[in-house]
Design a protein around this ligand. Structure first.
Ligand code: 13P
Ligand code: SF4
Length: 307
């Protein structure tokens, strides 16, 4: 934990410089508390893309992982998108390359191609439509006229979407190394400790975990569910960073992590000190080449039209 006086000083420097640079700070729901406290807006992948597209700021300081900043840059090429730590990647996004997707498309030439937002811009450029965990079911349901659907790269999200929509999906062997750490035993143990709690889990979790949850939700939907529910206790099956946000929004409710091991190290790379540095140096910039940007934007726009 950072010393309070030091943190307050850092925060006031960030606020002053942010104004001078005409910058906005966006933070994913899994970011460290000190980063969430410094952010103008926090949300899930979809909400952050929308916030990036809407802002009048000239500079977007993106506190999340690389594919998220890339998505912001695809949506607003005229703005400068910077990451306080460029090495914050998503291992799941790195599990599929554009060449691998092209091969899969060759094997299924008539299939519609849906890709999770957790992909590189090069992979997005190969998609017909993008999706996030909030809208994956709606996107697949919108492809009723398609006989075959490729859904990449997360095999567990594909499994969940396939069960909900009743569609067979051609999937890829990708997964989130953080969410698979949550085991069915963890859920059962936490239910014994907190018998009145509702269990909400992210669709990136293992199917054995998803099948015993009360609700399967993206991070923003978990926030909404917790706020709107009459229930006072929740077992949270996703990256532990969300608990801070849930507690901030619902001080009278209790939230228990399904597993303390569900930590995404990449989401924890960004700190207030790095945000200040990024604003001072206006670095590291995330940019996408014009060709890739134009093609990947079509897949993102199609998603935004559907939802
Ligand atoms: P959300 O879009 O639900 O926030 O998920 C992003 C992510 O990376 C989950 O691991
Ligand atoms: Fe990627 Fe998983 Fe981290 Fe989300 S939690 S950014 S899917 S590794």
């Amino acid at each position: 934990m950072m010393n309070k006086k030091f943190s307050d000083e850092l925060l006031s420097k960030i606020v002053a410089l942010k104004k001078q640079r005409n910058a906005i700070i966006l933070a994913h729901n899994y970011q460290l508390p000190e980063v969430q406290d410094a952010a103008d807006f926090h949300g899930d992948s979809l909400e952050l893309s929308r916030a990036a597209a809407k802002t009048d700021a000239e500079v977007i300081v993106f506190c999340g992982v690389h594919f998220m900043a890339e998505t912001a840059s695809i949506l607003c090429p005229q703005k400068k998108v910077i990451m306080p730590d460029l090495s914050a990647g998503c291992p799941m996004a790195n599990m599929m390359s554009a060449a691998q997707l092209r091969d899969l498309k060759k094997a299924h030439p008539n299939a519609a191609v849906v890709g999770y937002v957790n992909t590189s811009a090069e992979v997005k450029a190969e998609l017909d439509v993008c999706c996030t965990s909030t809208n994956a079911v709606a996107v697949v349901n919108a492809l009723k006229d398609k006989e075959e659907i490729i859904f990449v790269p997360d095999k567990y999200l594909a499994d969940y979407v396939s069960k909900v929509t009743g569609r067979q999906l051609i999937s890829w062997n990708g997964f989130c190394p953080t969410h698979i750490k949550i085991l069915p035993e963890d859920i059962k143990r936490e239910r014994r400790f907190h018998p009145f709690a509702k269990v909400m889990v992210h669709p990136e979790c293992l199917p054995q975990v998803v099948s015993i949850a009360d609700a399967v939700l993206s991070t923003s939907r978990m926030c909404k569910f917790a706020k709107e529910s009459d229930v006072k206790e929740f077992i949270v099956g996703t990256e532990v960073g969300l608990i801070y946000r849930l507690k901030q929004d619902n001080p009278k409710k209790e939230f228990y992590p399904a597993s303390e091991r569900a930590v995404c190290p990449n989401m924890k790379r960004t700190t207030q000190e790095k945000i200040l540095w990024a604003l001072e140096e206006l670095k590291e910039e995330v940019r996408v080449s014009d060709d890739i940007r134009a093609r990947s934007k079509k897949a993102i726009d199609r998603m935004l039209e559907i939802v």
